[in-house]
Every structure is written in C-alpha cells, then in structure tokens.
Design a binder for this molecule. Structure first.
Ligand SMILES: [Zn+2]
Ligand SMILES: [Zn+2]
Length: 183
C-alpha cells in the first residue's frame, strides 16, 4: 500500500486498495486466534495530498469480520469500519546528516506526525493499526441481543425459556418456609 510522492499535489488525490488479510501480518494473526476473523477482500479508500514536506492522508478501511457475541456467544458477521487521518512528515537530508534522527522522530511523534524518508510512503502498518483499533473489545451481535439465560444457559434470542417467570431467589424461598415452620 504505497503512495509515491510524485503522484501527489496540493489537491486531494484518491486511492483505492483492495487488500487481503494475509497482506497484514497482525490481522492475519488475529484471524488465526479466532476472536475476529477477517474475510477477504479488505477495502481501503483514501485521499492524500502533499503540503510541502508533509503528506496528509484521510481515509477509511472496511472489512467483513466474523466475531463471537459477548452476550449470547454465537458467531456473527459484521462490517468493521475504520476511519483515519494520518499525517506524514519527511525527514530532510540535513536532519539525517546531523544525526538527530531519533530526536526528530520523537519531536514529530509528539505532535502526531509520522516521519518518513525517501520518495514514497508505505501506509500498510499505519492502516493496519487503525483497523486493529476499530475491533470492538466486547462485540455484540446486535444492540438487542438478549444473551444467555443465567439459569438454564439457553440462548434467549432463540428460545423463550421459563426461568424468568419462576425466578424467585432460592434463599428467600427457604426463609419463607422457615417462618411457616416456626408458627
Ligand atoms: Zn448476541
Ligand atoms: Zn432459562
């Protein structure tokens, strides 16, 4: 996922990339772990423009994933959307010469800039991080998911068990019984 500086101008240039999960080592690893399985292809669209030695990139990545619902434990398919803004700044030859490379990198990162050198920018790692950050920590199949019944364990989206109607706290039931015995 490379942008060449000579393709860019002060006007926003559109780019579309169709990538596969295996192009992203971290996404591949996450898929293998099974918590969030990416489906090919991943659709990445962005706009980039050059402002002097800086390149501003704005875009979004879209991927179909299979996840496990945190409430009902069923597997479901969902579209993951990651929007991002990335600003790159070029290391000038004089920065490289003075050996202040690390210093410049630190300074740039502090203000949210990503340093690059040469005539091209490889967006892969940064876009990958944006996609990873878009993965929900506690995925749910639907806002209305009713989850599993805490008593019988059945999926309340699929079956209407009768636990709720007779859900009297067993400790209270015991107390009631004791009272009657005392009289
Ligand atoms: Zn669910
Ligand atoms: Zn139940």
């Amino acid at each position: 996922m490379i942008i060449h500086l000579d393709e860019l101008s002060g006007k926003i240039q559109a780019f579309t990339f169709e990538k596969r999960t295996k192009d992203f080592p971290v996404l591949q690893e996450i898929s293998m772990a099974g918590d969030c399985i990416f489906t090919d292809p991943l659709d990445i669209r962005l706009g980039a423009k050059r402002i002097g030695e800086m390149v501003a990139v704005e875009g979004r990545a879209m991927a179909t994933v299979r996840m496990t619902c945190n409430r009902c434990l069923s597997e479901f398919e969902s579209v993951l959307r990651a929007g991002f803004t990335l600003t790159y700044t070029r290391r000038l030859p004089e920065d490289l010469e003075t050996g202040d490379d690390e210093d410049m990198e630190l300074q740039a990162e502090k203000i949210g800039l990503i340093p690059f050198s040469g005539e091209e920018i490889n967006l892969l790692e940064d876009v990958q991080s944006e996609i990873v950050m878009a993965i929900p920590m506690r995925p749910i199949c639907s806002e209305n998911c009713r989850g599993l019944c805490p008593q019988c364990g059945s999926n309340r989206n699929e079956v209407a068990c009768r636990c709720e109607s007779r859900s009297v706290d067993p400790r209270l039931a015991v107390l009631k019984g004791l009272k009657i015995d005392d009289q």
